[in-house]
Design a protein around this ligand. Sequence first.
Ligand code: PNS
Length: 160
Amino acid sequence: MKVIYPGSFDPLTYGHIDIIKRLNDMFDEVVVAILKNEEKKSLFTLEEREEMIREVIKENDLDHVKIKSFDGLLVNFAKEENSKIIARGLRLVADYEYEKNIARINASLYDGLETIFLLANSNYSFISSSGVKEVASFKGDISPFVSKNVELKLKEKYKY
Ligand code: PNS
């Protein structure tokens, strides 16, 4: 079975890494699908975000995981990939409220599509890419939230 794990990954956090590892153990194939974010401006380029994920795959021997990118509707990408399973991580009740709507919209656009939710590990349930960027923009310590290589990339962007 093949699952799609979509996101902006701008940047990749320990929370994302935890979900990717767990999906790797559960599915035959995991497609990490990076949103190209044309109008939603991202801090990191698509190539930089791909590189962050590639390093994690290599370091952890995640042999079921592939990286792809998409723009437009996620359901169209899922159709191209021949997969009807999307995975998302859930941290807070607020995530659930938001994700529930998106999952229903997606299911109405693609009959039979299932969105599965993995509860974020409690150690990571407060970590978000936007929070990490905010801390980094004020030159704070981001080492509890992201891997060493992502930390270095953030420090490069914010010059500290
Ligand atoms: O990491 P993010 O930013 O929470 O990921 C959000 C993502 C990429 C999963 C979501 O924005 C998405 O699927 N965007 C593509 C457009 C789409 O299909 N939207 C859902 C129907 S409203």
